[in-house]
Design a binder for this molecule. Sequence first.
Ligand code: G6P
Length: 372
Amino acid sequence: AAAEKGGHDWFMLKEIAEQPQAVADTLLGRLGEDGELVLDEVRLSDQELRDIDKIFVVSCGTSFHAGLIAKYAIEHWTRIPVEVEVASEFRYRDPVLDRSTLVVVISQSGETMDTLMALRHAKEQKARTLAICNVNGSTIPRESDAVLYTHAGPEIAVASTKSFLAQIVACYLVGLFLAQVRGIKYTDEVASIVHELQKLPEAVERVLAQMEPVRELGRSLADADTILFLGRHVGFPVALEGALKLKELAYIHAEGFAAGELKHGPIAVIDQGTPVVVVAPSPRGRSLLHGKVVSNIQEIRARGARTIVIAEEGDEDVVPYADHLIRVPRTPTLLAPVVTTVPLQILACEIADTRGFDVDQPRNLAKSVTVE
Ligand code: G6P
């Protein structure tokens, strides 16, 4: 069994370590020489893609968090409105769908019943459907108009890791492809993003090389009653994912919040010693956001929080307020989740392991949930 896990204690750790490859393989063959996107597998015609005036992204669990990240990127690059919804809610509220709606369903397994039912509902309403999926030939891609496979390889651990990173990358590809097909002038930003995407495997590799202090931190958090996660912009879905991983694996109460919402409620639960993980935005670019998040860190620390800050290399503003600082390489803002998620996976894994739980097979959970 140790050999199966490639020398790691858990499949989850093996799969976390495989993330640079998962990201590289999902990009492979899809970025042409001149920054053109080549998505031959997307079987919708250019005309169908040009007619789209609204996008829904529908999925569950970790795949839902990939959808939340997709919204930021796709709206920004294509200017098409994007709504994101958990699959179990989607078809029960009579969403407005028609031929010019694209419904993107994201599913690692391709078999999640909630997502499959949402897909079928979208098709009944004549929407165009695109699946982002990791398992070849599974039900969801078979029933979708178009498919973009993530090439993360088989994922054994119940908690999703490498397929999540691959899903985020696939969502970027969908956004950039739509921008391309719709003739949105390739701005410098979009062109540079295509270039930056190719640097992600190495960036993830660098994060993985620096995880020993995060493991140590995880061991020191094993007795926490609650851990909060804060983020803003694309850091918000990352915070949600960090909290989900902790609940799934370590059975510790955890919540993710949009950092701006702190003052509207969550700050009240902060007590002496409450661990709070903050996913700080890059100080470059959207610098207003960065300053606001730095103030948030300052505020929660003044109320007793033990602050754990994930920040870009070179971000010195967070240093005075971070009890623990986790560095990630510089990436363009929209691509940051690919690197900022990784320490949160390691943290949850280490806390669960320290508490003596089965990281690969958490209680009450299944890899693929085939009931509604
Ligand atoms: C289950 C798994 C999660 C996963 C979710 C969606 O709840 O335990 O890890 O994120 O299903 O699965 P899917 O295969 O549709 O991505």
